[in-house]
Design a protein around this ligand. Structure first.
Ligand code: ATP
Length: 235
């Protein structure tokens, strides 16, 4: 079943159109990626899903329910969690405060994420519990941003460029954690540029160009087609 489905979504910044009939599906329990060069509309797609941007036409359904036009806090309450581009942890709050500041059990999980569970999941954060967000390394900030999203107990987790600027070892650690989250049944939408690494954990990929999907396929199809990368991803 599709947990998230976008059909023909059009989104504008004032008079400038950024999404031109964007369509995408995330199946329950799968990792889906949204790939594409800079400026093609990935972040606009994310904003349209989570309600920080309002789409002008098309449909966005989460678990069958129409979500376009709803304010962002309502979409979050329905169970969509975001790890935003650039991490955006609260710089002057401690790791502990960052994690508990917005915590909630939006999915009504019987076994929800708690501070302790997040700290077990990312042991580095336990060591840094009383440090401020701004004192953390890039990788630690990314773990904190993921931990903060988990503390909302989402059913769908969206990560926008979660590994950007991170050293390879830290990136691998983030991928391993995402694999664990997938194994626990979480549905994940990943926006990232490290395609070959992504292909190991993701099930389905969508390539966006100029505000619409131009290719869709599984990991074997993605990695097997070198021309595809050159054509749409500039790799
Ligand atoms: P990146 O990886 O660089 O973030 P992206 O694929 O996420 O790229 P978007 O940020 O969604 O791309 O941008 C899609 C299009 O919308 C681009 O052409 C961009 O110039 C335009 N755009 C984005 N934000 C605004 C804005 N605030 N006002 C006007 N146009 C915008």
């Amino acid at each position: 079943m599709a947990m998230l489905e976008l059909s023909n979504v059009e989104t504008f910044y004032g008079t400038i159109q950024a999404l031109f009939g964007m369509s995408l599906r995330c199946q329950q329990g799968e990792v889906t990626t949204l790939l594409g060069r800079n400026g093609m509309g990935k972040t606009t797609t994310v904003g349209s899903i989570i309600g920080t941007l309002s789409s002008r036409s098309g449909e966005i359904r989460f678990d069958g329910e129409l979500v376009n036009g709803r304010p962002a806090y309502e979409v979050a309450q329905l169970g969509i969690g975001l790890v935003p581009e650039g991490r955006q942890v609260f710089p002057n709050l401690s790791v502990r405060e960052n994690l508990v500041a917005t915590a909630a059990n939006f999915s009504g999980s019987a076994d929800p994420w708690t501070l302790d569970k997040v700290l077990d999941f990312f042991p580095r954060l336990r060591e840094r519990l009383d440090n401020q967000g701004i004192q953390l390394s890039g990788g630690e900030q990314q773990m904190l941003a993921i931990g903060r999203a988990l503390m909302l107990n989402p059913r769908l987790l969206i990560l926008d460029e979660a590994t950007e600027g991170l050293a390879p070892l830290i990136r691998q650690e983030i991928w391993r954690r995402l694999e664990q989250l997938k194994q626990s049944g979480l549905t994940i939408l990943l926006i990232d540029k490290n395609i070959d690494e992504l292909a190991h954990i993701a099930d389905r990929h969508f390539i966006i160009e100029k505000g619409q999907v131009v290719w869709e396929g599984d990991s074997d199809e993605l990695t097997g087609d070198a021309g595809l990368k050159a054509r749409y991803l500039g790799i």
